[in-house]
Each structure stands twice: as structure tokens, then as C-alpha cells.
Design a protein around this ligand. Structure first.
Ligand SMILES: CC(C)(COP(=O)(O)OP(=O)(O)OC[C@H]1O[C@@H](n2cnc3c(N)ncnc32)[C@H](O)[C@@H]1OP(=O)(O)O)[C@@H](O)C(=O)NCCC(=O)NCCS
Length: 170
């Protein structure tokens, strides 16, 4: 990267559209695409095959593992962890025959500070995942998750509480 004003890393195989903001020391690995209007904070890590949709806002120190699309309508606060191949959505009732294209159709999903989402979990749009919540791998989240809650299963159910490090509180 010869442009000295760029202080993040982006692998040559990835695309960054116009009008994108990326913070210092963020790393974007192979075969990824950052779409127009996205704002990504400092010291984030975006793995292989990551798509960041138009106008998506991502905080600082966020980790997005391989094979994840963060669609428009999703916001990730600081220190959020997204495990490999987890899935966000932004249309609750999708129909090819009745397309819902454009910002006004997208249901908002907010993942609050320091929440973690396990590998292969699915977040049905329109929910807020509270601070430090822990979503188990493979869970399907269909409702708001209170802070520090542990959610597993399909549909996701709260089975306990976790501390700041993610360990269960007995
Ligand atoms: C299945 C779906 C269409 C139902 O929508 P809805 O009728 O508004 O459903 P509600 O949110 O009122 O949920 C009704 C019940 O079904 C459960 N539920 C909803 N979606 C579920 C899912 N995907 N898996 C398991 N349970 C689900 C809810 O937990 C709720 O359970 P409860 O009655 O015990 O409280 C929707 O939740 C969904 O999964 N949409 C697909 C999203 C998607 O993949 N979009 C792709 C394009 S971005």
C-alpha cells in the first residue's frame, strides 16, 4: 500500500467501495468486500470472505471471522465478536416475488458492546443483543437478548447468565 494516509491493512484480493471509513490498524483479509457508506472502527479484524453492506456501522476492536455478511441495517458496537459463518439477516419476511429493496425495508439489528455470537448462529433481524451477551454456536436468535445473557438452541432460549469474560455465573 503506497498511500501513506491509509493506516489499515487490506489484502489485494479484497474490494473497498467509495465513501468508506476504516479506522487505524484494522485488518481486512482475503476475498472481502466493503460496500459504500460503511464505517469501520479501529483495530478490527475482518476474516476471509466477509461482506460489509452499505452504510453498516462497526465499532472499534470488533472481530468478524470468516464467511460473514454484515447486511445493511446491522450495527456492531465495540468489541463485538462474530464467530465463523454466523448469519445476519435484514428482511424478516423475504419473498422473491415481492422484493423489498432499499434502506426503508431493512429491519434493524443492534449488537451491543462486547457481545459474542458463536459459529454458525443466525440472528433473525429486528433484535437487540445486549452488552456482553453470549450466543451459543448454531443458535437462532429471534428475540431481544438482555445484557450478560447466555442464549442457545433453535429458537434461541436464555439458559443463564455470563460474566464479562463469558464464563457462566452459577
Ligand atoms: C420464520 C419467520 C418468517 C417468522 O416470522 P414471524 O411470523 O414474524 O414470527 P415471530 O417473530 O412472531 O415468532 C413467532 C415464534 O416463532 C419463533 N421463530 C421465529 N423465527 C424462527 C426461526 N427462524 N427459527 C425458529 N423459531 C423461530 C419465535 O421465537 C416465536 O416463538 P414463540 O411463539 O415461542 O415466542 C421469521 O422469524 C424468519 O425466520 N424469517 C427469515 C429471515 C431471513 O432468513 N431473511 C433472509 C433475508 S435477509
Amino acid at each position: 500500500m503506497s498511500d501513506k494516509s491509509i493506516n489499515y491493512f487490506c489484502h489485494n484480493s479484497s474490494y473497498i467501495d467509495e465513501n468508506v471509513t476504516i479506522g487505524k490498524d484494522t485488518k481486512i483479509w482475503h476475498f472481502s468486500h466493503i460496500q459504500s457508506g460503511a464505517i469501520i472502527g479501529r483495530q478490527c479484524s475482518l476474516g476471509q470472505n466477509v461482506n460489509i453492506g452499505n452504510n453498516v456501522k462497526i465499532g472499534n476492536n470488533v472481530k468478524i471471522q470468516n464467511n460473514i455478511s454484515v447486511y445493511e441495517g446491522v450495527e456492531l458496537e465495540d468489541y463485538v465478536f462474530c464467530g465463523p459463518s454466523m448469519v445476519f439477516t435484514n428482511i424478516k419476511i423475504p419473498r422473491s416475488e415481492f422484493p423489498q429493496r432499499g434502506t426503508e425495508y431493512y429491519a434493524k439489528t443492534l449488537v451491543k458492546k462486547s457481545a459474542s455470537i458463536g459459529a454458525n448462529a443466525t440472528i433473525v433481524c429486528g433484535v437487540t443483543i445486549g452488552e456482553y451477551a453470549m450466543i451459543g454456536s448454531g443458535a437462532v436468535v429471534t428475540k431481544d437478548v438482555p445484557p450478560f445473557s447466555l442464549v442457545v438452541g433453535n429458537p434461541g432460549k436464555i439458559i443463564g447468565k455470563v460474566d464479562k469474560k463469558g464464563n457462566r455465573i452459577k
